[in-house]
Design a binder for this molecule. Sequence first.
Ligand code: GYE
Length: 329
Amino acid sequence: MKKLRVFLAICLIMALFPGCSPEREAAREEKLIRVGFSQVGSESDWRAANTQSMISALSEKNGFELIYDNARQRQENQFLAIRNFIQQDVDYIVLAPIAESGWDDVLSEARSAGIPVIIVDRQIAVSDEDLYTSWVGSDFLAEGQRAIRWLEGTIQQQGRLGKPLNILHIQGTDGATAQIGRTKALNDAVRTHPGWKVAAVLPGEYTEAKSYELVRDFLAEDQQIDVIYSENDNMTFGAIRALEEAGISYGADGDVIIISFDAVHDALEMCLNGKINICVECNPLHGPRVAALIRQLENGETPAKQTYVDETFFSPGLLNEDLIGSREY
Ligand code: GYE
């Protein structure tokens, strides 16, 4: 009798709430992990590949509900986004920080709310390392040193070691780890090579447009340069446009050596064609890495505090169309 009453009660509930089928309940119970992701902006091809990687890895199909915010290269926007994520009580905050400093307050708020924070790409400098759970990204100093070793070897082959070398330095966003590391490698090298000189440091902010304008104005002053050290591919594209307009030859057979960072498709094509001498790889495919970190945390594991990804570099002799075609970005 009791069983019959329970059965009738279930039938009644199912009749009143047709959405409550056992399948739907099960699906609802298989709860999506809610992730707020604050992205730097959309300044470069590298960033577009990174955003794509994050969105496809943190998809519903993979068990996530992603709240994506594009900060348009402004740290204040990242503060707003993070506060918004806290308000929405997300399960995890993922931050791709614009610059290293300034995070203590907002990340303390996240900690008070009990929300773990994962840092991706650039790093943060905080008073308390416990303000974030884990970081994954590139070793930007090593990338810079890779470029410098290549330059030293090339200059030596050309019999120009010890001779004057005028370097135009196009810099990424001030205070970003990618800028700090790549800049340090160059400055360290300039200090150890008496003939090497930085002709100018141009703040290109990782964008093609800004770099183009700055290099165009710089070249208008009739400056003589031997090397362009450009801290990302998009700024390299801008610089190359300015060189073309000024009628200055560059690349493998030209007067100006072009060093570029990221190694996105278009840059690799230009490298294969001898327009860029070296592309130092910077891997943007962090989506699956971040998803794996979250899974580890969900399983009660403690992921590594810092994870550096493996990277290499490309010069024309190391490239072919098949290799470029096989790469995801
Ligand atoms: O090199 C640049 C992007 O932080 C590694 O940011 C990233 C850099 C990348 O805009 O293209």
